[in-house]
Design a protein around this ligand. Structure first.
Ligand code: NAD
Ligand code: TYD
Length: 335
């Protein structure tokens, strides 16, 4: 039986990964350590609450005591570090928690892993560490040029993880994925924000000219890639994971308006994000050579994502009130 120590498992990608493992692999134990920030939601995993293959710890990856306890009590095979502060706009407003969780938290996990046996330490990094690219695509050997506090803190963790491989032989692998979309994504990120705003007949705030480009990766493809890399990847290596679906924000907006049957008048151009990266693009030849590529068709994945938000209003409506609404009102966007 494989034992997975997952951090940030109550967030968007982490919870999809737990679903992926526990639905697909019967013979697994998942131990999830999550601080339950605004982005962590127990509802994402409530169907596993009584599943003996799932154990939840409420705690902080910066707290070495709880991290050590998990290592001692469960002797995990794989540690997969999803936990992070993950929203660029928040990092521009207040970088503090990004430095603490994304860098110091990764350090705490690495340092504790070094005290114990572990088969794989997977650091979930991001394509944003490369910075913006006008033409062509980034390969794993390209220099890092992060341009906002989120991507800079992720770059710090990414290189720190590598240093634990180079210096201490910790079996680290680093993944750098492109923008994910799918169920359970907090409705502050582009796709769930625009889908849920459209459903509520609220404006869709497009930053700048709307021509920034992201490469969209369906979250279940991302989960499959992480699993594949954990099992087959080479220790000490970095793997880009892209969806191969580069679209401008305006193209994404048009798809959402069409699929939700809402008028163009919901589009609202607002002030641009500070330091807004123009384009992200990944060369994924290395992962293809390892034997993996995404399987989902983009249009179908978008359709099923939009259907999920349509069918799960009880999941996202409470998230768009209270603390989130206060934050949104204070920070955005001339609505
Ligand atoms: P998310 O914000 O939805 O979830 C983050 C989770 O981490 C939450 O459950 C939160 O409670 C938890 N967390 C935060 N601080 C913690 C701490 N100190 N200790 C323990 N738990 C803590 O993020 P996401 O979109 O699911 O991203 C997951 C990972 O994937 C992140 O490392 C992110 O940088 C990376 N990534 C995300 C994308 C994307 O498009 N969302 C793309 C590439 C890489
Ligand atoms: P986001 O989902 O925040 O991901 P990231 O910044 O990490 O790529 O944003 C995706 C793109 O959408 C990015 O170019 C910024 C843009 N955007 C908007 O135009 N309006 C919005 O309200 C948000 C949240 C994002």
């Amino acid at each position: 039986m494989k034992k997975y120590f997952i951090t940030g498992g109550c967030g968007f990608i982490g919870s999809n990964f737990v679903h992926y493992i526990l639905r697909g692999k019967q013979d697994a134990l998942v131990i999830n350590l999550d601080k339950l920030t605004y982005a962590g939601n127990l509802k994402n995993l409530e169907q596993f609450e009584n599943d003996e293959r799932y154990i939840f710890y409420h705690g902080d990856i910066c707290d070495q005591q709880i991290v050590r306890k998990i290592f001692v009590d469960h002797k995990p095979d794989y540690l997969i570090n999803f936990a992070a502060e993950s929203h660029v706009d928040r990092s521009i407003g207040k970088p503090d928690d990004f430095i603490q969780t994304d860098i110091f938290g990764a350090f705490t996990l690495l340092e504790t892993a070094r005290e114990h046996n572990i088969d794989r330490f997977i650091q979930i990094s991001t394509d944003e560490v490369y910075g913006s690219i006008e033409k062509g695509s980034f390969s794993e050997t390209d220099p890092l040029m992060p341009r906002n506090p989120y991507s800079a803190s992720k770059a710090g963790a990414d290189r720190l993880a590598y240093s634990y491989f180079a210096t201490y032989d910790l079996p680290v692998i680093i993944t750098r994925a492109s923008n994910n979309f799918g169920p359970y994504q907090f409705p502050e990120k582009l796709i769930p924000l625009f889908v849920t705003n459209a459903m509520e007949n609220e404006k869709l705030p497009i930053y700048g000219d709307g021509k920034n480009i992201r490469d969209w990766l369906y979250v279940s493809d991302h989960c499959a890639a992480i699993q594949y890399i954990a099992d087959n990847g080479v220790i000490g290596e970095i793997y880009n994971i892209g969806g191969g679906n580069e679209l401008t924000n305006l193209e994404i907006t048009d798809i959402i308006l069409e699929e939700t049957n809402k008028p163009n008048s919901l589009k609202k151009f607002v002030q641009d994000r500070l330091g807004h990266d123009r384009r992200y693009s990944l060369n994924c030849d290395k992962l293809i050579a390892l034997g993996w590529q995404p399987k989902h068709n983009f249009s179908q994945a978008m359709q099923s994502t939009i259907n999920w938000y349509r069918d799960n209003e009880q999941w996202w409506k409470p998230l768009k009130s209270g603390e989130y609404l206060e934050y949104y009102k204070q920070n955005y966007k001339g609505l």
